[in-house]
Unconditional design. Structure first.
Length: 164
């Protein structure tokens, strides 16, 4: 069982341990056990997100003639904690078109709807952001030699990313 699977607060854990000590006939928890419990709780990693559902900002897509802009592209990349050029490379490959990154927006050659862009961002999140072990978005991409790995900061898991 990894430390991140514990969802107990310190007070709740002490109450539960105290209850089991009383049931077992022990009068009080020893101070030594209390200090060990405090030390164990300090080593549990803190949650980065509030625990609420992972809400990704919706892409603000604008199309004119043969160009499509994502106005909040930098905001999306910052929320995902990913390099904008990595996300842009994925989107250009999936859309089979050329694109540039200027300021806080991405410009694609061709007309694409908001739904198709949103769908591709969701696919990117599933492949490169969400941990396959614990399902949390607290991950980083690490490159070793020519292989990419997804390192989870929440549970400590390391998963390989399949090249596509």
């Amino acid at each position: 069982m990894t430390p991140s699977t514990f969802n107990f607060s310190k007070r709740r854990l002490i109450i539960q341990v105290s209850f089991y000590c009383v049931r077992a006939g022990l009068k009080r928890m020893s101070k030594d056990y209390q200090s060990l419990l405090d030390r164990a709780l300090e080593r549990i990693p803190k949650k980065k997100h509030s625990g609420e559902r992972f809400e990704l900002p919706r892409p603000q897509v604008t199309s004119a003639k043969t160009r499509t802009w994502i106005g909040n592209f930098k905001e999306i990349c910052d929320y995902l904690n990913r390099d904008p050029h990595h996300v842009l490379k994925f989107l250009t490959r999936e859309l089979a078109t050329a694109a540039t990154f200027e300021g806080s927006r991405a410009i694609f050659k061709g007309r694409f709807g908001r739904e198709s862009i949103q769908h591709l961002v969701d696919i990117y999140v599933g492949r490169y952001v969400i941990c396959p072990i614990c399902g949390r978005p607290d991950t980083k991409i690490a490159k070793e030699a020519r292989f990419l790995f997804l390192d989870c900061e929440a549970c400590g898991a390391r998963s390989s990313i399949l090249p596509r």
